[in-house]
Design a protein around this ligand. Structure first.
Ligand SMILES: [Zn+2]
Length: 370
């Protein structure tokens, strides 16, 4: 049985080691970036330990905090070399890859301006004029701020000095084109209401965008626009998050840097029952999929997704939608300024004991009715 856990001392020294590594000269840019990502993660965990106020600290006894993170940080087995996981996987991958699309959505031939307007309609009806005006001033009044391209993944770029924003949206042939735009619109809103420009530095940085995305799906379902596709979007979001959570688990409990061949990979995948869990039965596809998710920082995504789902749940239940939207606004304006745990527990006291899989499944059965 593998042992999990960490203490403050060890976490600190691990982080220091990583920091000193960043300055070594023989790292490639990608390796340095990987390490910086890890440092961010350690920071976040440390932050929660050190800065929680007494009330929060009492509520989440050290035990429960440990149990919350035990799957993420394993120091017994941990080796700094696990940073090279991605490189190893890339290497294996380059010998194999065949890209497959797991989505099955109808081709909609949605034009760029139809997508922009559809998201605008959602924002107006679900979030109100304050949100809509920001969206409108950028994406509806001036077309130069949004670009559709199929050679790049969707992103929001904010120029630090001027705070000018540009959205690049992957030009999917299907509804994902609009849901990506809704996602980036959430980042846009957040960047406009935050007082200072900040680089992403919290595991809750995706709440702002995923909440928009969820409301977009909700809007489509209510208005009966592409109903089948909207249901699939929702299932896909939740299923892929559950899969991400599993990968996250495996990544921190298996010394993946030891993988040298596809046979090693298959042994590992079988040990963790990854084929059944992910529903991906081809090793090449599974490997590629893990690689893609590694790139997307699953740690941040899974936690943010849980909080966004909780907010969405409250939005659905509460008759006073405005109050939930205000709660969301307050929340995203505080991300990065106070410790993640403290902030997350404002949305759900449950968060302290969030069991990722259990909670995700709970939401899945709640929101996805077959
Ligand atoms: Zn995002």
């Amino acid at each position: 049985m593998e042992k999990y856990g960490f203490n403050l001392q060890e976490l600190r020294s691990k982080k220091e080691k990583l920091e000193s590594l960043v300055y070594s000269t023989d790292l490639t840019d990608d390796e340095a970036e990987d390490i910086l990502n890890l440092i961010t993660m350690y920071d976040s965990v440390l932050d929660n330990f050190v800065h929680s106020d007494d009330e929060i600290r009492d509520e989440m006894s050290k035990e429960s905090l440990l149990s919350d993170f035990k799957d993420f940080v394993t120091y017994d087995d941990y080796n700094d070399e696990h940073i090279i996981v991605r490189n190893k996987l890339c290497l294996l991958l380059s010998k194999l890859v065949s890209r497959k699309n797991s989505y099955s959505f109808d081709e909609l031939n949605l034009t760029d301006s139809e997508a922009v307007e559809l998201v605008g309609d959602m924002i107006k009806s679900k979030l109100g004029m304050n949100h809509y005006n920001i969206y409108k001033s950028l994406f509806l009044n001036d077309k130069s701020h949004v670009q559709f391209s199929n050679s790049i993944s969707s992103a929001l770029l904010v120029i630090p000095n001027t705070k000018e924003s540009f959205a690049i949206i992957h030009d999917h042939p299907d509804i994902a084109k609009a849901s990506d735009l809704a996602h980036e619109a959430g980042h846009l809103f957040s960047s406009k209401i935050s007082s200072s420009y900040m680089l992403p530095n919290s595991i809750l940085d995706e709440v702002e965008s995923i909440f928009y995305e969820l409301l977009f799906i909700d809007f489509l379902l209510e208005e009966k626009i592409y109903p089948e596709d909207s249901k699939n979007l929702f299932s896909e979001l939740i299923t892929s998050s559950i899969q991400r959570a599993y990968i996250l688990n495996v990544e921190f409990s298996y010394p993946m840097y030891k993988l040298n061949s596809i046979r090693d990979f298959k042994t590992m995948a079988n040990k963790y029952d990854l084929y059944n869990i992910t529903g991906i039965f081809n090793s090449k596809d599974l490997l590629e999929w893990i690689n893609i998710y590694n790139d997307e920082n699953p740690f941040m995504y899974v936690y943010s997704f849980l909080i966004a789902l909780e907010l969405y749940d409250q939005y659905k239940i509460n008759r006073n939608k405005k109050s939930v939207v205000s709660k969301y606004e307050k929340f995203i304006s505080q991300v990065g300024t106070i410790p993640d745990f403290k902030l997350a527990s404002c949305i759900s006291r449950d968060y302290v004991g969030f069991d990722r899989f259990k909670t995700l499944r709970k939401y899945r059965s709640k929101f996805i009715k077959e």
